[in-house]
Design a protein around this ligand. Sequence first.
Ligand code: HEM
Length: 446
Amino acid sequence: MSLPRGPKTSSFVQTTQFFLRPLETLDVWHQDYGDTFRVLGNELPATIFFSNPEAIEKIFTASPEYLKSTQSNNLLKSLLGDNSLLSLSGEQHERQRRMLLPPFHSERMHDYSQIICAITEEVISEWTPGKIFVVHSVMKEISVRVILNIVFGLQMGDRYNHLRQLLISLFDIFHHPLNSILLPFLLVLQKKSGLWSMGGNFIVQLQQIDQLVYALIAERKVQCNSMHKDILAMLLEVRDESGKPMTETELRDSLLTLVFAGYETTSAALSWALYWSCYLPEVHKKLLAELNCFTPASNKSEIARLPYLSAICSETLRLYPISLMPFSRFVRKPMEIMGYRLEPETVVNVSIYLAHQREEVYPEPKRFNPERFLERQFSPYEYLPFGGGNRRCIGAALAQLEIKLVLATILSRLQLALVTPRSMKPVRRGLIMVPPNFEMVVTGVR
Ligand code: HEM
């Protein structure tokens, strides 16, 4: 069969629409052209979106001979380095991924649980009735403290404050929608002319981050590593198949990648989870009933297994996925998906959002309904907030643990209400979708 149909507007119009209103645009394309559609007109190579589970299974399980994932863009490379998991593909990606996986094995989750609960308690410890807070700011605060602690073992002090402030402002530059387009040009311009521009700022901040991170790595190399339980400690021990440790540049790139990939994604998901838990009275009531048996001394892994809490976490990531799509893949050898013959170089995209909106899989897909996760299990090709295949998010278990424990810790200590209850739609922030800013108020302490 020839390639699927798709919108007839110009590539410029389609890119702008997708950039400004991604979910609405995907809804319209899906309504007009069905499960599978071609975007960007007749441009070559063709770019095709899939959302049918059968297609997604084929894409996620295809051998690299047929489908290869793309790498991150140049801007991400300039931030995270050539050795970042996000910058690599093929065998180099496989090797780096194998080295990065051990810190995310299930036996590590016990230590991470203690850190997540302690940090959440600390952040909310002085809150009293009447306190109003911007939810996204608080969730970013918790998320950045958790990630810097888990990745670098940093908690307090000058070095922690400096690194934290540098990373946040660097990621902010990166996440501004126009910067992803402008910054690569500014960087080139800055290199050529030496002009003090936003590109210059970016480079200076990056150099300061590098100084701090390389100093930390060097210190740790001469210390007794077994004193530390963070990811840096584990990566210093890890060896590849030929027995080689990670180089300092590989360590730096990997550590920054984990912070970058884990910080804003998790804080956005946390904000949504708190929103849904308080916005819908029925959900709120059921969750509190389940959390009634929870005290600060309770076993954290038991809390993370609570069924309704887990269902809220899953439904939060279903309805408004934080990532619009996994890495694009491109065709290397002719192959067929959903009856379409795809030629080499065709770009294959999976829409996580549209896959999560399928009526036959998720009845009333636009309704927040955690019960659906109690009633049936979904395959990895129907439910994919963390992508899939050989690029599936390595921080998925950590992110889910964090959402559940932060939610449980906050709601079992405080009674909360939305300052202005209203229905909300996600907005784009760089590569991810986040809730718009909203406030909550503490109405009581338990
Ligand atoms: C709610 C939070 C999160 C969401 C929704 C999320 C989502 C995703 C998605 C969709 C991908 C692309 C997968 C693909 O192409 O198939 C990804 C990749 C990745 N994520 Fe996450 N992520 C989250 C949290 C985290 C955390 C906490 C970490 C680490 C601390 C992390 C580290 C990574 C890394 C390193 C990759 C690249 C994997 C590779 O290329 O092999 N993520 N994530």
